[in-house]
Design a protein around this ligand. Structure first.
Ligand code: XMP
Length: 318
């Protein structure tokens, strides 16, 4: 695709011209946008780019490890890994309201990011994987009557930011970003990854977040996602995940009574994420997921499937 190819050529040239001999910092999340931005910039300026990867403890199972290994091996990215799990769990203690949790996670993230950038003295630019819809959305959620959920991808950074921003994907839509990623050699599993919210599993453990609950959720979510991939449904749905409810219910396992958490399976189809319908996954598939989760994950004895459309429900539970 020549449009994509010439975009890459032009952007690479532009990045070189703007950055010159200076240093660039980029927050790598493992998602499509920041990954594509990282590889694009890395191709342009190589070791002048340092990526910061913050392990919040709220990522999918083994995600941090997988992302790091992959980028180090295939793209020779310079990645600074920050293990911040304990800080997030500590800060989230006692918080059970969605917006409160988002604020805590967003603030903590920015604080850690600032500390790390401070340590990497001398960078002039901050690169971000901002895409066109982020720009639009962050403009609209600033209006006082429009704050439905506060996304912290854009606009969470301090006003007096000492960096110049480098946002090479700012004018692209998601499908264009995926094409650029594929052209740059990013693997299918990164390019076609479902969106993952900034606050991560912090808003998928409903109510108070604890390390123990996150572990339970990670296991269940991993079973669901791996089955979707194995049975070739992953690419046919737009976003899929498990959420953990703070509700315990009674069950029976062998001759034992159990009293454990409830997991919600959520899968939606959508083009713009503003409206969405629940995915009509086959009953046998759902049955298999439910059995696997209940049998394999300690702490869950009941699985339900969310059949709500957006609107009036949202995609996430919080
Ligand atoms: P909702 O739940 O509002 O989600 O229907 C729409 C899309 O946005 C994602 N989402 C978020 N992304 N920070 C993010 O970066 C957030 O706080 C957040 N909340 C929701 C959600 O995963 C879905 O793709």
């Amino acid at each position: 695709n020549w449009i994509i190819k010439s975009f890459i050529e032009e952007e690479t040239e532009k990045i070189k011209q703007i950055v010159k001999d200076d240093k660039v910092i980029l927050g790598l999340s493992g998602g499509v946008d920041s990954s594509v931005a990282a590889v694009l910039i890395n191709n342009a300026i190589g070791k002048q780019l340092t990526c910061i990867f913050v392990d919040t403890g709220l990522l999918r199972k083994d995600e941090a490890k997988k992302v790091l290994e992959y980028y180090k091996e295939h793209f020779d990215l310079d990645i600074k890994f920050v293990d911040a799990k304990n800080r997030f769990f500590e800060k989230l203690k006692g918080a059970d309201e969605p917006e409160q949790k988002r604020k805590i996670i967003g603030h903590e993230f920015i604080e850690i990011f600032n500390e790390e950038t401070y340590k990497l003295k001398g960078a002039k630019f901050l690169a971000q994987g901002t895409i066109y819809p982020d720009v639009i959305e962050s403009q609209s959620i600033k209006g006082p009557s429009h704050t439905i959920k506060s996304h912290h991808n854009v606009g969470g950074l301090p006003e007096d930011l000492a960096f110049e921003l480098l946002e090479p994907l700012k004018e692209l839509f998601k499908d264009e970003v995926r094409k650029v990623g594929a052209e740059l050699g990013l693997p299918h599993f990164v390019v076609n990854r479902h969106p993952f919210p900034g606050p991560g599993l912090g808003i998928r453990v409903i109510g108070e977040v604890t390390e123990e609950k996150v572990k339970i959720l990670q296991e269940a979510d991993n079973i669901f996602i791996e089955e979707l991939i194995a049975k070739d449904y992953y690419g046919k749905v737009s976003q899929a995940f498990v959420a953990l409810l703070p509700v315990k219910s009674v069950g029976v396992m062998g001759d034992q009574r159990t009293y454990e958490y409830t997991a919600v399976i959520r899968s939606v189809n959508t083009t713009d994420f503003m409206t969405a319908t629940w995915s009509k996954l086959p009953y046998e598939f759902l049955e298999n997921i439910s059995n696997k989760i209940i049998n394999k994950v300690n702490g869950i004895n009941r699985v339900v499937y969310d059949i709500s459309s957006k609107p009036p429900a949202t995609i996430e539970w919080e």
